[in-house]
Design a protein around this ligand. Structure first.
Ligand SMILES: C[S@@+](CC[C@H](N)C(=O)[O-])C[C@H]1O[C@@H](n2cnc3c(N)ncnc32)[C@H](O)[C@@H]1O
Length: 284
């Protein structure tokens, strides 16, 4: 991740070469095409065919095959039920949005690499963590290995069921799961409950594209954060952010509620990762 302090967000955009601008433009068009293909035909080559095949072969070759096979079947069964329910957007495009390497599960975003690049362990180990819009909770499960506790919140019951199933398999007990709108969950929390709050690509989403809750959401995040706690915010790729909220507007709201102590832009991973902004924030 390229990083720096305040100002990077604006200055970085101004100093990009023509090549970088073209590369970003192309990457975003490919992401849009990928989303349109998924929405129209429910096909995504990487996740509909490639990832399930790779994981099947990895499990087949694994010395832990006898334990992993029933787990992968159980996860596949939840995914099948999820795909028949049109109420929730499938961020995994037919497979998983997050990977979980210890269980040989691939995902559109590689969890271990993400934890490393965002330096999440340093801000989660030994701490009380809240993951808002946790999706299948694989990132939370990875962080729970070092954290004091991790609370996961998501509106999608299938994603939470997948997280619970994986947690049972890993015998991870310092993690909790809540099927809820995060605004409702946050309102039920006491002031200063959490050392670290994760708001990663979930402040607006395909399920909740109306961004009018952003101020209220950030206000609640600041309230539930301990005095010296950190909010870690990850933006969407710019095309998505600009369609529903506006990158500048999102960061304006963020700075109204928090002091950004560090700002970076992701430069690792797939086209779904690269170019997103990540902000580490303290309460004013
Ligand atoms: C793009 S995914 C991001 C998942 C995860 N935070 C990550 O970065 O890997 C967005 C997730 O936020 C969840 N979400 C969106 N709006 C929500 C809300 N109001 N309350 C709870 N979860 C929400 C969606 O169900 C989805 O699982």
């Amino acid at each position: 991740m390229s990083s720096g302090t305040g100002g990077l967000f604006v200055s970085h955009a101004n100093t990009r070469s023509r090549y970088e601008v073209c590369r970003e433009w192309l990457r975003e068009r490919l992401l849009v095409a990928n989303d349109l293909l998924w929405q129209g035909a429910r096909i995504c080559l990487a996740t509909s065919f490639w990832m399930p095949l790779v994981d099947y072969l990895r499990v087949l070759k694994s010395p832990d095959k006898a334990r992993l096979t029933p787990l992968h079947r159980a996860l596949a069964s939840i995914r099948r039920r999820a795909s028949r329910d049109p109420k929730f957007y499938d961020y995994g495009h037919g497979y998983f949005y997050q990977s979980l390497e210890p269980l040989l599960v691939s995902g559109r975003r590689r969890t271990s690499e993400r934890v490393h690049e965002l330096e999440l362990s340093a801000l989660c180990d030994g701490r009380k963590v809240l993951d808002l819009g946790s999706n299948v909770c694989f990132l939370s499960l990875q962080l729970a290995q070092g954290a004091l506790s991790v609370d996961c919140v998501d509106t999608n019951p299938y994603a939470i069921e997948i997280g619970k199933t994986a947690a049972r398999f890993m015998d991870t007990r310092n993690i909790s799961f809540e099927i809820s709108d995060y605004m409702d969950f946050l309102r039920s929390c006491e002031d200063g409950t959490y050392d670290t709050v994760l708001l990663l690509s979930s402040h607006v989403s395909f399920d909740h594209t109306d961004s009018s809750h952003l101020d209220g959401l950030l206000d609640q995040c600041a309230r539930v954060l301990a005095k010296d706690g950190t909010l870690i915010f990850e933006s969407h790729p710019r095309f998505f952010e600009d369609r529903y909220s506006g990158m500048e507007r999102t960061f304006h709201a963020l700075t109204e509620h928090f002091a950004i102590t560090r700002l970076g832009q992701l430069s690792y991973g797939s086209m779904l990762d690269r170019g997103r902004f990540v902000a580490y924030c303290r309460k004013h």
